[in-house]
Design a protein around this ligand. Structure first.
Ligand SMILES: [Zn+2]
Length: 140
């Protein structure tokens, strides 16, 4: 297995430390394992966002994996990276995703939506590929 296939980062033992494998990134900060859709600004999801997720989302918040969210939802460790995306006028990450979907979608969250309404909108996006051209997907 090449180093490209390894997870690019992970946290260990309830956030005692965060490790990042810098072999997982391209020289331009893209994440090697993902293909970026043509419409997505690569800065929406790159080495900086991964660092912010791991460091601010897991290490500083002392949160475990539960803070990631799920297939159609995002937890506090994902939401914190959206703070930085909003500061930079970048599309926000809309969910965490999981092993079933190779895609992670970005865009504008529904304004004033309840968590349930937001989850429903993301579920429809995931179930209808092509509806949103702001995504990364695992390279096949
Ligand atoms: Zn995480």
């Amino acid at each position: 297995m090449s180093s490209d296939a390894h997870l690019f980062c992970f946290n260990i033992a309830l956030n005692e430390r965060v490790q990042m494998d810098f072999n997982g990134f391209e020289p331009n900060s893209d994440i090697k394992m993902y293909r970026y859709s043509s419409a997505l600004n690569h800065r929406a999801y790159n080495m900086a966002r991964v660092f912010e997720h791991e460091y601010f989302g897991h290490f500083k918040q002392k949160s475990g994996g539960w803070a990631d969210g799920g297939r159609f939802t995002m937890g506090s460790a994902v939401e914190i990276t959206n703070v930085f995306n909003r500061q930079r006028n970048l599309p926000e990450r809309l969910h965490y995703g999981d092993g079933f979907d190779s895609r992670i979608y970005f865009g504008e969250p529904l304004k004033g939506a309840s968590p349930g309404e937001q989850r429903k909108a993301v579920r429809e996006m995931v179930n209808k590929p092509g509806a949103n051209n702001l995504f990364v997907e695992i390279k096949k």
